[in-house]
Ligand binder design. Sequence first.
Ligand code: SAM
Length: 206
Amino acid sequence: MTENPFFKRVYNSHTPEEIMAVYDDWADEYDETVLAHGYVTPKRCADALASLEDDRSARLLDIGCGTGISGMALRSAGFTTIDGSEVNARMLEKARSRQGIYSAMHLVSLDNPFDFAIGTYRHMTAMGVIATGHAPASTIRAILAKLEAGGLLVFSLNDHTLEFAEYPDTVDAVVAENIAELAFDEYGDHMPMIGLNSRIIALRKI
Ligand SMILES: C[S@@+](CC[C@H](N)C(=O)[O-])C[C@H]1O[C@@H](n2cnc3c(N)ncnc32)[C@H](O)[C@@H]1O
């Protein structure tokens, strides 16, 4: 399968301005292109969370919710109480057009994306968001700081991102520092049509 040109653009974007421009242009076609490439990471993240949390009404925040594909996966896994947050207005506009997925949707700034009290959300997800050119590795610590003990951060690191040591190293560091424990860690399909894999990680706040 030929890789869609948006993938090349997204993986070659290095500044917030560049990445914002890509998603501005991509928003209308995003669902079609990622689903055509077999994008399975949202289902894998949602299944990981469902395997670790029995309470399907636990309040969740889907960080970088994009057009809502990740929220749909959480809904399909049975979760009922999901907010979405997103830095790109065009992507969020698409999520808003989906009914019955999110309880609330928040357009947030890159400077202060987690502007809520600790424990507002029981668990948080970031599917396809903590990635090279996207949210930096420091985001892992910033999210964990907003969870109460027992809360989970479930996120993906794709193959491109795993090449940058700061991402897996941050996972190792927060575990070594007893900030969180590794509750789930699985390497598998991300976009199988183009042979791209991802690591799905769940960190439980200590
Ligand atoms: C690959 S999409 C994933 C969207 C959705 N979670 C999904 O699985 O379809 C990545 C999303 O991350 C957002 N994003 C880009 N840079 C970001 C940053 N620095 N912090 C948070 N989100 C960012 C983009 O606007 C985009 O909607």
